[in-house]
Design a protein around this ligand. Structure first.
Ligand code: AMP
Length: 356
């Protein structure tokens, strides 16, 4: 058993959005303090954290001060600049480690990593210009999706290609950024597995959830997902395989397409994941506490689902429904304390417990 971090230790969290906020709450329940690093003025996590550093990701002095002030470092998003990590890595342990970030920061590297593990992915090819896109489309066929290799989230940095004559427009839409082209996967539904791996290599997975997206943004997660027993086992084994290959420490999200040919991996997220929010009200130990347990050397908690849950994101004007939801006896509201409501902005979520 690895020694666990003492009570009162300080966990540095890079990124102060809702994920950092919910990680901070979970960490404080276990007696840890959180120090948030975020460039924006009033990050949601800052409202519940012990300390906040407001500085850019290229501010070396601020990064050094942060790294020296914390005992370990974790993060809520994968697009952390490499230079920032170069500064931080000598100052405190970073969990999950850099290999997980390297792989998940670039869609091409990620797809190749998954394929090398023997996992099914959408057919894909590297796209550097119009000629390589045309060649790839000839091989993969349409419909297809062009995705920027880096900095894509919530459906951003993507362009759909229904037929080959749309290739030029799609390239323009993503501003000719380095990209991959993916064949369209004919899936019946989408699921995800949230798994945790501890410092000593134990793995625990939550029950897979079934996800509904619209406009590239997650709308809802329902547990249990529609999966056969064999698919459920497969999903969990895939997540464990990925976590082991990365020597991963912390919580990881794996998004999967369910097809008649089995499970196809869409992408991995080296962090707590929106599709794992249901665990807050469906499990004794949720994904946020599980992550904190994993990175601080605590034993992993029991992630068994005790209730069926439908998690629904509250996006933009969905906030108007809060008064009504607040009156419902089977709903747990989780609001992120964001000052301004904007279309497409995740403002909170609601976990509805499904009673038998
Ligand atoms: P991503 O940002 O890669 O997670 O994509 C967002 C959403 O677009 C996914 O959750 C799917 O609903 C859809 N999508 C992405 N890639 C594919 C694909 N290769 N085939 C079919 N649908 C896809």
């Amino acid at each position: 058993m690895t020694a666990s971090l003492p009570q009162g230790s300080i966990i540095g969290i890079i990124g102060g959005g809702q994920l950092g906020r919910m990680l901070s709450v979970a960490a404080s329940r276990l007696g840890f303090l959180c120090h948030i690093y975020d460039p924006s003025a009033a990050p949601p996590a800052g409202q519940v954290a012990y300390q906040v550093t407001t500085a850019a990701y290229d501010d070396e002095a601020a990064l050094r001060a942060f790294g020296n002030a914390v005992d370990i470092i974790t993060y809520e998003f994968e697009n952390i600049p490499t230079q920032a990590l170069d500064v931080l890595q000598d100052l405190a342990p970073i969990h999950p480690g850099r290999e997980a970030l390297r792989v998940s920061q670039d869609r091409l590297t990620e797809k190749e990593f998954l394929r090398n593990l023997g996992l099914q992915t959408a057919p894909f090819a590297d796209v550097t210009d119009a000629a390589s896109l045309d060649a790839a489309l000839a091989e993969i066929g349409a419909p297809a999706i062009l995705k920027t290799r880096r900095f894509g989230y919530d459906g951003k940095g993507q362009a759909r290609i229904a037929s080959r004559d749309q290739a030029a427009a799609a390239l323009k839409e993503i501003q000719n950024a380095p990209a991959i082209i993916e064949g369209f996967v004919d899936f019946t539904h989408e699921v995800s597995v949230i798994a945790a791996r501890s410092l000593d290599g134990a793995v625990a997975a939550f029950d897979p959830g079934e996800n509904v997206h619209s406009e590239g943004i997650l709308r809802s997660t329902t547990v249990p997902a529609r999966l056969t027993a064999a698919q459920r086992t497969d999903a969990v084994l895939m997540a464990a395989k990925i976590a082991n290959a990365l020597n991963y420490v912390g919580v990881l999200g794996v998004e999967l397409f369910v097809t008649s040919d089995g499970l196809v991996v869409n992408e991995i997220a080296p962090r707590v994941h929106n599709s794992g929010h249901w665990t807050q009200n469906g499990c004794v130990v949720d994904q946020f506490e599980q992550h904190i347990r994993a990175i601080t050397g605590w034993p992993l908690g029991d992630g068994q689902r005790h209730s069926d849950v439908v998690m629904e994101n509250l996006i933009g004007n969905d906030m108007d429904r809060v008064p009504e939801l607040a009156q419902s006896t089977d709903c747990a509201l989780h609001l992120y304390g964001k000052a301004e409501t904007k279309p497409g902005r995740k403002m909170g979520h609601v976990n509805r417990i499904i009673r038998a």
